[in-house]
Ligand binder design. Structure first.
Ligand SMILES: Nc1ncnc2c1ncn2[C@@H]1O[C@H](COP(=O)(O)OP(=O)(O)O)[C@@H](O)[C@H]1O
Ligand SMILES: [Mg+2]
Length: 250
């Protein structure tokens, strides 16, 4: 991969929890504007890896290089400024606020108005326009005025992605965004993720192989704390080690 195309590099990341070695030595690279899926069996350490990339956990060793800068162990709010953003679970949605206000809270902070109580956010047209654009993208334009708690499960997860988008991230991390969704919700969510990650970089943890193989440009397989294989969907589909360890013989 051309150095200038690389946005993220995970180098020899290891993580143990009081002796339990979850990640041994994880290595992979992500190119700018790539959609990169991380797959692997339950308990393989996928979420732990995300927690390290997004700054929630410090690695035991190794480093994370984002846009050429070593960001290992930096806290999430610093990483947000660098435009690396992780979508959190529904708990980060403000249930009593309207859908519009949930998304606006992010654009507002980004524009440096977080602490400006004298300026009404509605008086800043760019914020309003951008919030509306995001609501369009996530398919919640019609729900803009209802409180978040009244949304369906699938819509709440879309909102969560909308809040992430409002910080204008270059790299988005999504951990099982379609978990718990019906087939129809999943299909819609994938279309939406496809739309909103255009011209952005995505790393997605996903267990649904249809989703993985239709969405991802590159796939890394995490197995026993290491990357067993990393490549395009065809390479992964035909990789004997991956078939043996994970995909099976379908
Ligand atoms: N904060 C933590 N403290 C102790 N053990 C943890 C912690 N987070 C994850 N683990 C352990 O790390 C292993 C991998 O978990 P996780 O990263 O959630 O896997 P995955 O997302 O691939 O299913 C599991 O055995 C889990 O119990
Ligand atoms: Mg997980």
């Amino acid at each position: 991969m051309n150095q200038s195309r690389e946005i993220l590099r995970v180098k020899n990341i290891a993580k143990d929890f009081s002796g339990l070695e979850v990640l041994k030595s994880v290595n992979f690279k992500v190119a700018k504007h790539e959609r990169h899926a991380v797959i692997g069996p339950n308990g393989a350490g996928k979420t732990t890896l995300f927690n390290i990339i997004s700054g929630k956990y410090k690695p035991s060793s190794g480093s994370i290089v984002f846009k050429g800068e070593d960001i290992s162990g930096r806290p999430p709010h610093i990483l947000n400024h660098l435009k690396l953003c992780r979508s959190f679970q529904i708990t980060n949605v403000f249930q009593e606020l309207s859908v519009f206000d949930n998304v606006r809270s992010g654009t507002r902070c980004r524009n440096g108005l977080c602490y400006n109580f004298f300026k009404k956010p509605d008086s800043v047209p760019e914020i309003k326009e951008e919030t509306e654009r995001i609501l369009e993208q996530i398919g919640l334009a019609n729900e803009r005025d209802i409180p978040a708690r009244e949304l369906s499960y699938g819509q709440q997860r879309a909102l969560e992605i909308g809040i992430t988008l409002s910080t204008q991230p270059e790299l988005i991390l999504l951990d099982e965004p379609t978990a718990g969704m019906t087939l129809e919700e999943t299909a819609q969510a994938i279309k939406m993720i496809d739309r909103v990650t255009l011209n952005r970089t995505l790393i997605i943890i996903e267990h649904d192989m249809n989703v993985v193989f239709s969405l991802a440009d590159t796939i890394s397989v995490l197995h026993f704390g290491e990357i067993l294989a990393s490549g395009n969907p065809d390479e992964i589909r035909n990789d004997q080690r991956v078939k043996d360890a994970y995909l099976g013989e379908e």
